[in-house]
Design a protein around this ligand. Sequence first.
Ligand code: EPS
Length: 412
Amino acid sequence: MLRFLTAGESHGRGLVVIVEGLPAGLPITVAQIADELARRRLGFGRGPRMRFEADEVTLLAGVRHGRTLGSPVAVEIGNSEWERGKWNAEMDPAPGRTEAPLTKPRPGHADLAGMQKYGFDDARNVLERASARETAARVAAGALAKALLAELGVSILSHVVRIGDAAVPDDMAGPEPGALERIDASEVRCVHPEAEAAMVDAIKAAARDGDSLGGTVEVVAHGVPVGLGSHVHWDRKLDGLLAQAFMSIQAVKAVELGAGVALAAQRGSVAHDAIGWDEADGRYVRATTRAGGLEGGISTGGPLVARVSMKPLATLNRPVLGTVDTATKEATVSFRERTDVTAVPALGVVAETMCALVVASEALRKFGGDSVGELRRNAAGFARQVAEQAQATTDAVDDVAFNWDPDEAFRA
Ligand code: EPS
């Protein structure tokens, strides 16, 4: 199991993440973490902050001479503006008060519900933590999870399939393993050139209007071993764990696994992934990924495929959303803040992160091990067991426990 905790406010001194459960011996460098953080800042449509925010990374604990020690890994990410003194007074931890409380909560943000829940009269006390800045800390943790998964031959990528009303064709094939560089080279992280151009146009149009756009990313994990997650209990199902993790990302409103929603409209005879036997490789195969690589909450060994959708950001450059000033109760429009037109390209990187953290955690639960070598040995041993089981032919069907005979069942 892998656990992680983040702390930090958007305009505070910085963010911290502690990751517990990583085995010893995993190669980790600051550059690896910084590269992932830089990917998260990519994307046409992001606001001014992403241009100057440098994501200053410090490995505080848990790594020595480039390898994990098996102890908790702590990473600090400094906020550039703190260094420049811009927010030091406003976000000072020392006793004091603000001269400019935010009292015009944005509909769609955590502002008002958070003020009510915590008894605040300043929305900043809520928004500083609700901000998607927190995802930088998650992405640092995700870089560690990805490094662990690489040891098991698992790679995770994402690409943008929709921004506003601009989308890739429904039947577009998902990108192959190793396509990440090509995806990141696109300014909206979209691999379909026409859709990419339409997305850029949509962002420009929304920017002109001071508006914001939501969208959808697809996350694909290649090389996930069969057998992660379990059908035996609700909180062990890998599909449920992934859905929770994706839904926890700021502004996400929908998660779809495999063909998801479309399956609801289809007949059972065409909605599933038929199982075949590959004689040459001696393994079971599926030509389709309608189930998203998950059956009964267990990974099937095929690619994991998920789509994650976010709503348009609630902070607008031209505030038009109706709200109430909580100090005067007068009708007004929500406060204006520096913001992004869209963060959908960054959502892909954050969704990769959450997928990596969940899959790495489940891989550690199944294979265990205190060192990377032990983990790899255990995973290889299980892969061998699965291959041997697949090869073994059943001598006498009657001897197989729990064998379900459809003829028998329908006669009853
Ligand atoms: C955000 C508002 C903007 C975004 C921010 C999320 O921040 P600021 O108000 O400082 O310009 O840039 O995203 C990040 C800081 C980030 O690192 O992703 C919000 O209101 O959630």
